[in-house]
Ligand binder design. Structure first.
Ligand code: NI
Length: 153
């Protein structure tokens, strides 16, 4: 268990595309556990590889039902729409209105390399979309229709 440093706005690693994970070894497991610890410590609901300085396609999400680890994830089905306030641990104190699908199905590998699919609705769908965007160097501010002022938080 270790808390890693969260990369903040202004670091160009947040704008780079990640490479797939190829080795499902102890180094990956430690990374996933550290990412979950770091996310929980910062009271976040998701964290992606670039946010801990690694250009690898790894994501952790926890919207309150336990940690979900996604390795090499892809959105394979999406539908509906939701519009809501969104933030990011790499942009502390900043929130913007972002439209996302209301439902997504993600296909990913687990920490051992086994493929699985998982559905998400509402907040979980938003978290999946937000974190998977990070793997392609896309940050939420670039998708926000507008940023929220301090009186709107
Ligand atoms: Ni983020």
């Amino acid at each position: 268990m270790a808390i890693r440093n969260i990369v903040k706005d202004g670091d160009s690693i947040l704008l780079k595309k990640c490479r797939p994970v190829e080795k499902f070894n102890e180094k990956l497991w430690i990374l996933l556990e550290d990412m979950a610890d770091t996310m929980h410590d910062a009271n976040g609901v998701g964290l992606a590889g670039p946010q801990v300085g690694l250009l690898r396609r790894v994501v952790v999400v926890d919207v309150g039902d336990g940690v979900i680890e996604l390795v090499n994830p892809k959105i394979v089905v999406f539908s509906g729409e939701q519009d809501g306030a969104e933030g990011c641990l790499s942009f502390p104190g900043e929130y913007g209105m972002v439209k996302r699908p209301n439902y997504v199905k993600v296909r990913a590998q687990d920490r051992f390399g086994n493929f699985f699919e998982m559905e998400g609705r509402e907040l979980l769908a938003r978290a999946f979309c937000h974190e998977l965007d990070h793997l392609d160097g896309v940050v939420f501010k670039s998708r926000a229709s507008r940023m929220l002022g301090p009186d709107e938080l």
